[in-house]
Design a binder for this molecule. Structure first.
Ligand SMILES: [Fe+2]
Length: 356
């Protein structure tokens, strides 16, 4: 036989037609890919475009193949199956609301036991946040924790930022005011993927924390307020941050969808957003829709409330999970949080590595 494709007739790939070049690119022997980094040692664009499969045999969990250019090897059936069915070890997201249990993990366990770290990272992907207890209530501990997962993203706030009440702040986060549910830095390109907030002291009256699943709110809007959902997923809003050194701007929808119509990113910060001057009726609709989203994001229906106490870290998906705090009285005690950002490829990459 000699063909540019094979059709599998049995097993989990039954009925699947596999192209010769596609299979040839998946040979993983040492003459084809570097065994340390699994990168190809040849240029696949230069393979014979009329390449054929000369022979193949289906084994227990592999296909043995010989190609017309002399290349040969075994390819895992499981790996082909997972790849063509988009099966990923990164878990699916779970929509949640305030009735769901708070996802809390013990810092000592996740650093002593690989499975606890895997469980924490899986929960982070499912719920869009985790709370870590029993970290040292010391400065820079948030960086130490974050760097065990991946590189910290430095911004114009620096490698870490201190959330304390201070005079003449360049952001309302650095006051004692209440902060309604919001996402951080929607004016940045790209928007920081993951935020970590570490509590060094929270002795003030007030200053309780809250989280909201932005995807859960979006799902609710889609079901019960479809006109609002439509305009929020279609209107590009300008987010703007102004400081003495820099003016940062970025446009995005409040609810951003991917090309399949799935929730991709929530950008919500009433302190920073500027809607374009739409047609009168669309502008009215947008303002009603944003108000509705604001009310849902700050309602007891969706908001999970907790106190971030000394030694706790809240790690949340800044593209999905909104966060907020109640106002506090700095005269009643010291409140000091430190925060930093990391990227989603850090957590995803760490989880994939741990699972293989
Ligand atoms: Fe924030």
């Amino acid at each position: 036989m000699s063909s540019q494709f094979i059709t599998i007739e049995e097993g989990k790939l039954k009925g699947t037609k596999l192209n010769s070049l596609w299979l040839r690119e998946r040979l993983s022997g040492e003459i084809y890919v570097d065994q340390n980094n699994m990168q190809r040692l040849y240029e696949p664009s230069l393979l014979d475009e009329d390449l054929c499969i000369k022979e193949f045999r289906i084994g227990d969990n592999f296909i043995s193949i010989i190609f017309s250019d002399g290349a040969e090897g075994k390819i895992s059936i499981d790996e082909i199956y997972n790849e063509i069915n988009f099966i990923d070890c990164i878990p699916q997201k779970k929509i949640w609301n305030k009735s769901d249990k708070l996802q809390v993990f013990n810092n000592n366990k996740i650093h002593q036991d690989k499975n606890s770290l895997i469980e924490m990272l899986r929960s982070f992907y499912e719920y869009g946040y985790v709370i870590i207890e029993n970290t040292k209530a010391e400065e820079n501990e948030v960086i130490n924790f974050a760097e065990k997962i991946g590189p910290v993203r430095t911004t114009n706030w620096g490698k870490l930022f201190n959330v304390v009440s201070k005079p003449n702040p360049n952001d309302l986060a650095y006051t004692a005011l209440e902060l309604k549910s919001h996402s951080d830095n929607p004016y940045r390109k790209p928007v920081p993927g993951i935020q970590l907030l570490h509590c060094i002291a929270n002795e003030s009256t007030g200053g309780d924390s809250s989280l909201v699943d932005g995807f859960s709110v979006s799902e609710y809007l889609k079901e019960y307020y479809h006109d609002f959902y439509e305009i929020l997923t279609q209107t590009n809003v300008n987010f703007k941050f102004t400081d003495v050194d820099v003016i940062l701007e970025n446009k995005s929808k409040l609810i951003e969808l991917d090309s399949d119509g799935n929730f991709k990113q929530i950008s919500f910060s009433g302190r920073l957003d500027y809607v374009p001057l739409l047609k009168e009726e669309n502008l009215k609709m947008f303002y009603k829709a944003r108000k509705c989203m604001y009310e849902l994001c700050n309602s007891d229906q969706f908001k999970i409330k907790f106190r971030l106490s000394k030694g706790m870290i809240a790690m949340f998906d800044n593209l999905r999970t909104l966060h907020g705090r109640t106002k506090f009285d700095p005269n009643t005690g010291f409140r000091h949080l430190q925060g930093c950002y990391i990227d989603h490829d850090a957590t995803e990459g760490k989880l994939r590595r741990l699972l293989k």
